[in-house]
Design a protein. Structure first.
Length: 447
């Protein structure tokens, strides 16, 4: 990009110099011819009446009549200024260079605009500064020898302060205490390594457990007890049905202020860059400027958008979006919805209606993503339960994880609800919505 600007600067300077030289040539006075010996210079002798030139007509504001004859040469160049100095071929080369530079600039703007491929995703380690601070005391365990009573106090305090939750903290500490008593773990370094393994194990979602690891459950060969519940493995990838004629619909639900509309826009950018034809449905018809905000994201991502009247029926907007997507060949509809309190029965019923309408052929709801604000901590669990009961959420998008969030709510949501965290927001940039990686997340907290 810098090289391109340098080329443009050189071309512009060259044209400026060329124009200056041409102007000087046009303004240069014509040198009078030297008189020959014996011949009076014209205009200095008294010519005869017959040879006296006619006087110039007085100015009348009218142009002289055309005579069809070309004016006599007066020393001014007959070519344009640039051609007179550089020649026609050189001017053509400069113009071609300018056209090529303009085309490259246009291509660069296109790449940097709506169709730009998302850049490199931020790392968990560099964005989880506050959450890492809560676990800083635990990292000091590596230098301790025997596991003491104070060690358990430090572990419990760190997990609770990080919003892991009381129930999940008791489960984690119970498993670690049992392994220390059985001499399986000896020393702070091994204890921290076991905590890391258990946290990653919890976040894998394949097994909900209480007092045992997944490996131990698998090795037992018997059905789990009342405090252990096996669930079907759940993947973190966003589901997309490739059946011909099906319009995939991803619904985004959650309370006010959690970042649903921004999440829709960022995900539209990512899916469009992956080659999918995206259409946005502005189903939040109640919040002021929600439609305008989503329209800006549509313009940035090159996606189409369907909007309704302010205060209108959001179900009708989603229905129209699915029908238009089917007619125009869009294979994915991202449907924003209005923020609604999970405790308001009438609003939750309206959300159920939106889902029923979105399921009408050719629509097929393949994802219902619950958007949670990570800074709300344990309150997010209450929201998750209510929304999951209403519309059967398939995954969680955890926003604002880079701010004042404590991070542990990720563990609590997955253990207590068996609902996978699929995406997390690590910043405000368009590329800061990233897939959740359990191992990278835990390593960022503990290492």
């Amino acid at each position: 990009m810098i090289a391109l600007w340098i080329v443009l600067a050189v071309v512009v300077v060259g044209l400026a110099v060329t124009a200056g030289l041409a102007t000087r040539r046009r303004r240069r006075p014509v040198t009078e011819p030297q008189p020959r010996p014996g011949v009076a210079p014209p205009g200095r002798s008294s010519p005869s009446p017959e040879s006296r030139a006619p006087e110039a007509p007085a100015a009348t504001g009218e142009a002289p009549a055309a005579t069809g004859e070309a004016p006599a040469a007066t020393g001014a160049p007959s070519e344009s200024g640039a051609e007179a100095v550089l020649g026609a071929e050189a001017v053509a080369e400069v113009e071609a260079a300018l056209e090529a530079a303009e085309a490259e600039l246009a291509e660069e703007e296109r790449r940097r605009g709506a169709l730009e491929v998302p850049g490199e995703a931020p790392s968990f380690r560099e964005r989880l500064g506050r959450a890492r601070g809560l676990f800083s005391g635990l990292r000091a365990l590596r230098e301790r020898g025997a596991v003491e009573r104070a060690t358990w106090d430090d572990l419990e305090e760190a997990l609770l302060r990080a919003d892991v939750g009381v129930a999940t903290t008791e489960v984690l500490l119970g498993d670690l205490r049992r392994r220390v008593e059985s001499k399986e773990i000896a020393g702070g370094d091994q204890l921290l390594g076991a905590l890391r393994a258990d946290l990653v194990d919890l976040l894998e979602v394949e097994v909900r457990w209480d007092g045992a690891t997944d490996a131990e459950l698998a090795a037992g060969g018997s059905s789990p007890g009342p405090d252990r519940e096996l669930v079907a493995p759940v993947g973190r990838g966003l589901r997309f049905d490739t059946e011909p004629g099906v319009v995939n619909v991803w619904l985004f639900v959650g309370v006010n202020g959690v970042g649903k509309t921004t999440t829709v826009g960022k995900l539209a950018r990512r899916e469009a860059a992956a080659g999918r034809s995206v259409l946005l449905a502005a189903g939040d018809t109640f919040r002021a400027a929600a439609g305008e905000q989503l329209a800006l994201w549509a313009a940035r991502t090159g996606a189409e958008i369907v909007r309704g009247a302010e205060g209108g029926d959001p179900s009708a907007v989603v229905f129209d979006a699915v029908q238009r997507a089917a007619a125009r060949g869009n294979d994915l509809v991202l449907a924003d919805t209005a923020g609604r309190l999970h405790t308001k029965v009438n609003l939750v019923e309206e959300l159920k209606k939106i889902r029923r309408v979105a399921e009408r052929p050719p629509g097929r709801v393949t994802e219902v993503l619950l958007v949670l604000d990570a800074t709300t901590g344990q309150n997010g669990l209450v929201q998750a339960r209510q929304f999951t009961e209403a519309v059967s959420c398939t995954g969680v998008v955890l926003t604002k994880l880079d701010g004042t969030a404590k991070g542990g709510v990720v563990v609590a949501v997955q253990r207590e609800l068996a609902l996978p965290v699929k995406l997390v927001g690590l910043g405000e940039g368009p590329d800061d919505l990233v897939p959740f990686d359990p191992a990278a997340f835990v390593d960022a907290l503990l290492s």
